[in-house]
Design a protein around this ligand. Structure first.
Ligand code: CAA
Length: 379
């Protein structure tokens, strides 16, 4: 077992770290306040080769592994979780094309995204089908050589900014998962319209939208995989993208520990720095051990994906553990800061708000536990 990173991985991590420190962290509070989308910053991440990470070299991409993308996203999330989410959503949106696209589809769509700065989104959730993917209502009706899509998706990261949309729709609402198809769409297709931007509690720099589909005509050539394979394509996508979500949460948690240790050395109570008290030391120690454990689980699940192993259980364990840990750690960071931590003068309340979303998106942590339990019972 080798816990070391290669020279290339260390260099990549350093690039992402410097970018987070110099370009992201200084403006994170500003974007959190305004809720604007930091397109220029995300474009710089693209120019540095930090997004998208998953496009193979033969289609013009940087061809990084899932472990590499975990290294990048942990650093970016240290700077701002909302920006890290906007960046990671690119890989999430591209993954169904990698999982199920033909060579020609990959050439066209991955080539389009690799060739110039473009954003991508993954349209799976619906107003009445978040955890229950098979209950989706977005209808795809066959009409000659096209499918006609009607319905609504929601909670779509990058929804108002993306050029390319991967979309899941059903041919027949009564056949549940067996009726689901995956498609790839361009933002300019008539009838596709991003709707209301959500006014979120945290991760406010990310753009989260409803997307409306009103008679959107999609040629058969834009269907990914066979009819009825869409559900499995979505699940295989999430198996691959949940490790980076664990890494994103680890980045938020690491920032909370960083801020907390600095504050514990400086803030005095009863005449001493509060870091001298065991009550605070134990909180810091628990933060450090959970960050370490979350990172190891995340890297292990990424390694499994990179080595072609089925990683459903491992990815769900990593996502669930690291995101629950981030919630505990950021809450404890606010506790260490006391009243100051509850104000916007200090950075930890943002971390706590940002961490909450990690337990909800890419499958709630209740769904992760369900996936873990089902896999255990299958074994
Ligand atoms: N890989 C391959 N096949 C899989 C699979 C996987 N990981 N998981 C399930 N399948 C297969 C099953 O074997 C079964 O196949 P057969 O029909 O051949 O038997 C089929 O798919 C149906 O599986 P289930 O019976 O397990 O399906 P279910 O309806 O009970 O649902 C679920 C399973 C795990 C609850 C699923 O609906 C799920 O993952 N829900 C959560 C959705 C989610 O994570 N959404 C996140 C949206 S993206 C987002 O949030 C990102 C963002 O904006 C940043």
């Amino acid at each position: 077992m080798d816990y070391g990173l290669s020279d290339e991985q260390l260099a990549l991590q350093e690039t992402a770290r410097r970018f987070a420190e110099s370009e992201i962290a200084p403006v994170a509070a500003k974007y959190d306040e305004s809720g604007e989308f930091p397109r220029d910053i995300i474009k710089k991440a693209y120019e540095l080769g930090l997004t998208p990470t998953v496009i193979p070299e033969e289609y013009g991409g940087v061809d990084l592994s899932i472990l590499d993308s975990c290294l990048i996203v942990e650093e970016l999330a240290w700077g701002c979780a909302g920006m890290a989410t906007s960046i990671m959503a690119n890989d999430l949106g591209l993954m169904p094309i990698l999982v199920a696209g033909t060579h020609d589809q990959k050439k066209e769509w991955l080539g389009l995204v690799a060739g110039d700065f473009k954003l991508v989104c993954f349209c799976l959730s619906e107003p009445n089908a978040g955890s229950d993917v098979a209950g989706m209502q977005l209808l795809a009706e066959k009409d000659g050589d096209d499918y006609v899509l009607n319905g609504t998706k929601c909670w779509i990261t990058n929804g108002g900014e993306a050029d390319v949309f991967t979309v899941f729709a059903t041919l027949d609402r009564s056949s549940r998962h067996k009726g689901v198809c995956a498609f790839v769409l361009h933002k300019d297709m008539p009838g596709l319209a991003p709707g209301k931007k959500e006014d979120k509690m945290g991760q406010r720099a990310s753009d989260t939208r409803v997307i409306h589909f009103d008679n959107v005509r999609v040629p058969v050539s834009q269907r990914l995989g066979a009819e009825g394979e869409g559900f499995k394509i979505a699940m295989q996508t999430l198996d691959r993208t949940r490790p980076p979500i664990g890494a994103l949460a680890t980045g938020i948690a690491r920032r909370a520990l960083h801020e907390s240790t600095a504050y514990a050395k400086e803030r005095k109570a009863f005449g001493f720095p509060i870091g001298g008290f065991q009550a605070v030391q134990f909180l810091l120690a628990d933060m450090a051990k959970d960050i370490e454990a979350g990172r190891l689980l995340t890297h292990k699940s990424a390694w499994m994906v990179d080595n072609g192993l089925r990683a459903s259980k491992s990815s769900s364990i990593a996502k669930c553990f690291a995101t629950d840990a981030a919630m505990r750690i950021t809450t404890d960071a606010v506790q260490i800061f006391g009243g100051n931590g509850y104000t916007k003068e200090y950075p930890v309340e943002k971390l706590m708000r940002d961490a909450k979303l990690m337990q909800i998106y890419e499958g709630t942590n209740q769904i992760q536990r369900l996936v873990i339990a089902r896999e255990l019972l299958k074994e």
